[in-house]
Design a protein around this ligand. Sequence first.
Ligand code: FAD
Length: 483
Amino acid sequence: MCYQVAIIGAGVVGSLLARELTRYDLSVALVEAREDVATGASAANSAIVHGGFDPVPGTLKAKLNVRGLEMMPAVAEELGVHYKNNGSLVLAFSEEEMQTVRELYERGLANGAPGLSVLDRDELRALEPNVSENAVGALCSETAGIICPYGLTIAAAGNAIDNGADLYLSSPVTAIRKENGVFVLTAGGKEIRAEYVVNAAGVYADEIAKLIGDASFTIRPRKGEYLLFDQTEGKLCGHTLFQVPSAVGKGILVTPTVDGNLLIGPTSVFIDDKENRETSADGLDYVRSTALRSVKSLNFKQVITSFTGIRAVPDGEDFIIRFSEKDPHFLHLAGIESPGLSSSPAIAEYAVELLGNAGLQLKANPKFCGERRPYSWFKDLPADKKNEVIAVDPRFGHIICRCEKVTEGEIVEAIHRAPEARTLDAVKRRVRATMGRCQGGFCSPLITELLSSERNVAPETICKHKAGSNLLIGKTKGGDRND
Ligand SMILES: Cc1cc2nc3c(=O)[nH]c(=O)nc-3n(C[C@H](O)[C@H](O)[C@H](O)COP(=O)(O)OP(=O)(O)OC[C@H]3O[C@@H](n4cnc5c(N)ncnc54)[C@H](O)[C@@H]3O)c2cc1C
């Protein structure tokens, strides 16, 4: 078979594009190197839907951020993804920084960003009483929001599959050739044929480009380290609190997450290894000390984990969204650093427009349904509904993850609904089990057992996130646990 479109990379960009393409009568392949979708930058970032004031006017970043901001609430609603319009503030700590705040305001207006205003000290403190008294004012974006980025990616890929796209996991694209006018991708021992190819490979997009002889850009990995606090701290601020940005990024933020935690970070350091997701003592010290500038009452005893995300930084300042000079049917969606998450629905929409202009037939798919039921839903039901569900299936009355209150019923449902959910982290990203204060200390063994029994595989084969990260190495001296 020959697909009309093959997308390389199942991050938020590739997955939303796959979904967007299934609105049309097209055959679509989503080809992902890893064992699951949403494992790259789309799994580890600040999760902010930016207000559109930061990108330079006239750039794709500016245009697509503002359009993505407009689209995101409806996309999240359709896909059953947690999203909150909490607003953001860029804090200024001096008159000089207030000048930058005013420049950002003007820039936002030039970009067409809605809901912006400049606040003085009193207005700021009325909105956010826990902000440091050293802050003298702020830029407020009423329309900015927070979202679950991996939830969005998983739901987008799932909805694309529901609408007929094929997902190929564990399929790293290692070679691309053209045969009789169509692309042939070598991907994890398979050959996938397609008329059009879209390069959405994140930090590896330059290496994918080189597979067709296109060395027109390079992507450098830039690391961002974070600390995540328990949900006890999630109400310390309502808005996302930025500091005035610098040349290397938007600085250290303090923000509630859409699931009720508090997040601080990220650092911004170029690295050589695109896979280096280690956190460092120096990096996390910097995050702590800089976040304290914004909120002095941060309680670091409530930190439950740290993590690193890797930005895909292009040579230029803008997203690289264009056809390759080597082939007019090979579209790059590359260098999608921040605000890539915010822009992602708009990038998908724009990519479809570009593909259509390049000759891809866009005939509406009458069977397309853009809605998708969320994975984790039981906790939010009223008590009487919970009882009804438990009466039908008692596994919903059995809590597996005590911190996040995730039931056995939801975990089993996720395992069966998502064939790609084969690892502990795949279950975690779908239902939030292990994401609470104990970080899986209690529930990891129980989820491992469920994965093993529901998939009918030995527990020793269950991995944390990728091949080789097995959770168990064999039986102890006592032998079988049922002995
Ligand atoms: C620290 C940090 C903070 C950020 N904060 C924000 C924010 O608050 N708001 C915002 O809007 N944006 C933010 N971003 C940017 C945002 O996360 C990215 O723009 C977005 O996730 C990019 O999505 P993607 O699909 O292009 O890349 P990815 O999510 O990295 O996906 C690329 C996929 O391609 C796959 N792949 C790679 N090579 C191959 C191959 N050879 N074959 C098959 N598949 C392959 C990878 O495995 C991966 O799954 C942040 C990014 C970082 C790192």
